[in-house]
Design a protein around this ligand. Structure first.
Ligand SMILES: *Cc1c(COP(=O)(O)O)cnc(C)c1O
Length: 391
């Protein structure tokens, strides 16, 4: 049988992260002592009070369809979060709850982009953005950055890339995979250009709360009514509440865009899981005291890993100001990122993600959402590996 695969599906790049991950898992299953730096999720458990709220809803029979865009209680809790933490006013009707922040991103791109449109994506990028743009039939346009600018696009770079076909600019700060954070001034400047050129901004703020060294973020939507009108904020509970498996994300958008996204979602997934949404209400409205504890732990690991990486011959690493990733430069080892990660896994049993997956082949991504003991063990193996390469 000759199966015809649609152009859309066939155009997608297979996930390199998954290939490394499945190899690491197979080695672990075979009893090998693998250290994993691949995790894209917190290593902490979901706080108990959030689990309790969902369990209670489940036991009480809250198991039926909800409105496609989410239960009113959760949309109100999200609107209250934007008011309280960001000084942004959204009506519940401008908020859509989706099945994860990833799903929110996909909905935004699907509802705003089509054939002939260009979407500006700074690299290193979260690996799903370009693929989502292709699924929508639009064209990803990559704005390459390096560690010399701490992986941030400059206003000149953004301005030069805008054409009459530019529809959307994707901003992700703090960033996955680099951990870089735009200052409020830098964010405003990029926003000013998008307003001037009438380009929409999808601002992925999922790592908003994971900040270090006194870094501050300000949502691009918050600088003026015009910025607000040009911005769709994508967010979720996965990272700050360690709820990756719950599949709960949300977005805030100008009313007509929210309406279009609601229509898309109502014909694809319908509502996110009913009782998970009750957990989401508790996450946003309940105590937030887990966060400083987690942040202190991430920060300790980040400081250790950053210093250690820079002491290893052949590696240099700018420090991350947010999220839970470091993105060291491996170019002096003479290997590209796929070779580096494949050999590292084979020879030293350390799993890392090749930068090529994020559009940056001179780097690898290391997640420090893993224990200090693992970080120490894994980095000393990387040290041994690099010493043999660089000499
Ligand atoms: C983790 C992540 C998301 C959303 O993850 P979900 O599990 O789908 O909520 C969105 N953007 C970035 C950059 C992420 O790293």
């Amino acid at each position: 049988m000759n199966y015809k695969i649609s152009k859309r599906a066939a155009s997608l790049a297979p996930s390199l992260t998954l290939a490394i991950d499945s190899k690491a898992k197979a080695m672990k299953a075979a009893g090998e002592d693998v250290v994993g730096f691949g995790a894209g999720e917190p290593d902490f458990d979901t706080p108990q009070h959030i689990k309790d709220a969902a369990a209670k809803a489940l036991a009480a029979g809250f198991t039926k369809y909800t409105p496609s865009a989410g239960i009113p209680e959760l949309r109100e809790a999200i609107a209250a979060k934007f008011k309280r933490e960001n000084g942004l006013t959204y009506k519940s009707s401008q908020i859509i709850v989706s099945c994860g922040g990833k799903h929110s991103c996909y909905n935004v791109i699907l509802a705003t982009c089509e054939e002939g449109d260009e979407v500006l994506i700074p690299a290193p990028y979260w690996l799903s953005y370009p693929e989502m743009v292709k699924l929508a039939g639009a064209k990803p346009v990559i704005l390459q950055t390096t560690d010399k600018t701490e992986f941030k696009v400059t206003p000149e770079q953004l301005r030069a890339a805008i054409t009459p076909n530019t529809r959307l600019f994707i901003l992700n700060s703090p960033s996955n995979p680099t951990g870089s954070v735009y200052t409020p001034e830098e964010t405003k400047e990029l926003g000013d250009i998008c307003v001037e050129k009438n380009v929409l901004i999808m601002s992925d703020e999922i790592y908003e709360h994971l900040l270090y060294d006194g870094a501050k973020v300000k949502s691009v939507a918050s600088f003026s009514p015009a910025h607000y009108d040009h911005t769709i904020i994508v967010h979720g509970l996965a990272k700050a509440y360690s709820m990756t498996g719950w599949r709960l994300g949300f977005l805030a958008a100008p009313e007509p865009i929210a309406k279009a996204i609601d229509a898309v979602q109502s014909h694809s997934t319908s509502n996110p899981t009913s009782f998970a949404q009750k957990g989401g209400v508790e996450a946003l409205n309940g105590p937030q005291d887990h966060l400083p504890v987690w942040l202190a732990e991430y920060d300790k690991r980040r400081r250790y890993a950053h210093a250690k990486l820079n002491s290893i011959p052949g590696l240099t690493c700018v420090n991350a100001k947010g999220a839970f990733y470091l993105f060291p430069n491996i170019s002096k080892t003479g290997l590209n990122s796929s070779e580096f990660c494949a050999k590292l896994l084979e020879q030293e049993k350390v799993a890392a993600v090749p930068g090529i997956a994020f559009g940056a082949d001179e780097y690898i991504r290391l997640s420090y959402a893993t224990s200090m003991a693992n970080i120490e063990k894994g980095l000393s193996r990387i040290e041994k590996f690099c010493k043999a390469l660089v000499k």
